[in-house]
Design a binder for this molecule. Structure first.
Ligand code: ADP
Ligand code: MG
Length: 326
């Protein structure tokens, strides 16, 4: 299936198709909450993406939305009244896709023009199908919204309704369910846009999680991991490379210890072994590793890379980051 999709999707059969998953730091660092700060970071990110386009790759972008969707969600509740009801998490997800997609389109268009590349950009509001029986619904693992101190977290937790947990040594965050992505519902539209030569932003924040009953889709209170959704999108498009750009240079063994060692080239069987040995933290590095393993195993000849955002081009050339092959 993926091989057929491969030829169907590409505008130029020779060009490799890369699905790039942008991490939170590609949009804003922890201290950046104002629109202009996020726009500034996105402008830098867009330069790296356009560097990749300039190398002749066909690009489809996916991105995270954890901090943004969390903030939108809190804003909804802070201003809630009878006349202004708070929108549910799935609708907040759609808002975040529009907001980040708008920033990306503007920044990408600017960067493309600077390099005299004549390419249209478009963002697709994307829904991702999930299973109502996914065990994730009974054990929330996905951090969203701002970071809290231990004291603030306890106070919020005591109010009820929130599950708060420590996130990779950086403070406490609200956790929601993170069900497995089954299908990108707008896949055909993404494919058409890519085929017409468009730089596409899709599956923002992992896509809006929806359940399908009969002929009808409805959103659910969850956040799909953007790395797993990007891998699903890349698989369904028949992409050649899945490039996961984040805040660290790759996947490390003994992360955060004096024995910390970044993996450079690794086979999926070894990566799986390290994963089972709990080398990668759930909710941060673990889904990236799972995404890479799943993507490279689904079809021969594929490559997946986890790299720092500043190393995007070198990582694509195989010189930086953690390079994963089947
Ligand atoms: P993104 O927004 O790019 O998805 P995440 O915060 O979810 O970023 O994941 C990247 C983080 O994963 C790193 O900043 C690091 O703190 C954490 N991490 C956990 N385990 C590892 C590991 N074994 N190797 C590298 N980073 C790790
Ligand atoms: Mg993440």
């Amino acid at each position: 299936m993926a091989a057929a999709a491969d030829e169907e999707t590409k505008v130029n059969r020779m060009a490799e198709l890369v699905v790039i998953a942008l991490g939170g730091n590609a949009i804003a660092d922890r201290a950046q909450v104002r629109a202009e700060q996020q726009e500034e970071t996105i402008r830098r990110t867009a330069m790296s993406v356009v560097d990749i386009v300039a190398e002749g790759y066909q690009v489809c972008l996916a991105h995270g939305n954890g901090p943004q969707v969390g903030t939108i969600f809190l804003q909804q509740h802070a201003a809630e009244s009878d006349r202004m009801p708070a929108m549910p998490l799935d609708v907040c997800g759609a808002m975040s896709q529009g907001m980040i997609g708008y920033w990306l389109q503007q920044a990408l268009q600017e960067a493309l023009t600077q390099r005299s590349l004549d390419l249209p950009c478009a963002t697709l509001v994307t829904q991702t199908l999930v299973d109502a029986d996914d065990p994730a619904f009974s054990s929330p693992t996905k951090p969203i919204g701002p970071f809290y101190s231990a004291k603030e977290a306890k106070a919020l937790g005591d109010q009820g309704g929130y599950v708060l947990r420590e996130d990779a040594g950086r403070g406490y965050r609200r956790m929601v369910a993170s069900p497995h992505p089954l299908e990108i519902l707008e896949l055909r539209a993404v494919r058409q846009l890519l085929k017409s030569g468009c730089l596409v932003v899709a599956a923002g924040g992992g896509g809006i999680p929806v359940l399908r009953t009969g002929g009808r889709c409805r959103g659910v209170e969850a956040v799909i991991d953007k790395d797993l959704a990007a891998a699903k999108l890349a698989d369904q498009l028949g992409a050649d490379v899945l490039l996961i750009l984040t805040s660290v240079p790759g996947a490390a063994l003994h992360y955060g210890t004096t024995r910390e060692t970044y993996l450079s080239h690794v086979r999926s069987v070894d990566l799986e072994h390290y994963m089972r040995a709990r080398e990668f933290a759930p909710g941060s590095m673990l889904p990236k590793v799972e995404a890479c393993i799943g993507f490279v195993r689904a079809q021969a000849g594929r490559r997946a890379v986890i790299a720092g955002i500043g190393d995007a081009v070198a990582a694509l050339h195989g010189h930086k980051g953690t390079q994963v092959r089947a």
